[in-house]
Design a protein around this ligand. Structure first.
Ligand code: B30
Ligand code: ZN
Length: 257
């Protein structure tokens, strides 16, 4: 059986070290991004980050017990920017708060946002996500900050399904093709990038993080529908974020001045 972990007092981030010693590592995520200390890297602009997402069919939307996760098929790839080679989209999921003032994993100049969307990609030189997940150059994750505002029409396809997948382990397929491109901010040319880790167990230190500076918004109703999802114990999922870890010797680079 897989090791149990969660976000409660008894099994939350401060307990993860017991089963996952890498927590004491030197490149853990998330981090607080101090914008003034990030280093402009002109090569990120020259070698542009290219996002080639396509319409994914039959996407599986599931309640994992710690988030809502949507699995991709094989229509979406990224390359360029800080990445060597191509990375393919495996899944996306979110982290959110039970209140609006918290929820994001990364913080920017000490500020938290109501949610953070993660689009998880694996290095295409490995055949599968399972093969890439423990390789040193295996993963690249996009982080998108989410604030409350107008309804997000792209997200609506997903948040409309939440009432069908209230319980942990439940899933539903999207009936229409869905292009995850609609979830990205309008401008993806401005981002921070650094070498980090998965933010949940197994916490592998093999993620190239790309955190966009532009945010997206969803409505309060949409956020509340995420909060209506239940964990294994039947409690609402929320505050499913790991607090920022020390940056240590690492530098955060940015693609913009
Ligand atoms: S994140 O983007 O850094 N939050 C995983 C992927 C991305 C992030 C964190 C973890 C991941 O693939 N974890 C291992 C797989 N999971 C199964 C799963 O996909 O949902 C096993 C698990 O946790 O123990 Cu839940
Ligand atoms: Zn995540």
């Amino acid at each position: 059986m897989a090791v149990q972990w969660g976000y409660a007092q008894s099994d939350g981030p401060h307990t993860w070290f017991k089963n996952f010693p890498v927590v004491a590592g030197k490149r853990q995520s998330p981090v607080n991004i101090v914008s003034k200390e990030s280093i402009y890297d002109a090569s990120l602009a020259t070698n542009r980050l290219t996002i080639s997402y396509g319409a994914e069919t039959n996407m599986l939307v599931k309640n994992s017990g710690h988030s809502i996760q949507v699995d991709a098929s094989d229509q979406s790839e990224i390359f360029g920017g800080p990445l060597s080679g191509k990375y393919r989209l495996q899944q996306f999921h979110l982290h959110w708060g039970t209140t609006d003032d918290v929820g994001s994993e990364h913080t920017v100049d000490g500020t938290s946002f109501s949610a953070e969307l993660h689009l998880v990609h694996y290095n295409f030189k490995y055949k599968t996500f399972a093969e890439a997940i423990n390789k040193s150059d295996g993963l690249a994750v996009f982080g998108v900050m989410v604030t409350i505002g107008k309804e997000h029409t792209g997200f609506k396809h997903i948040t409309d399904l939440t009432s069908n997948i209230r319980q942990t382990g439940q899933s539903n397929r999207l009936s229409e093709p869905f292009n995850p491109n609609c979830l990205l901010p309008d401008d993806t040319s401005s981002y921070w990038t650094y070498e980090g880790s998965l933010t949940t167990p197994p916490l592998h230190e093999n993620v190239t993080w790309i955190v966009f500076s532009k945010k997206i918004h969803i409505s309060r109703e949409q956020l509340d529908s995420l909060r209506s999802l239940q964990n294994e114990g039947g409690e609402p999922i929320g505050n499913n974020y790991r607090p920022p870890l020390p940056l240590g010797d690492r530098k955060i680079r940015c693609s913009f001045k």
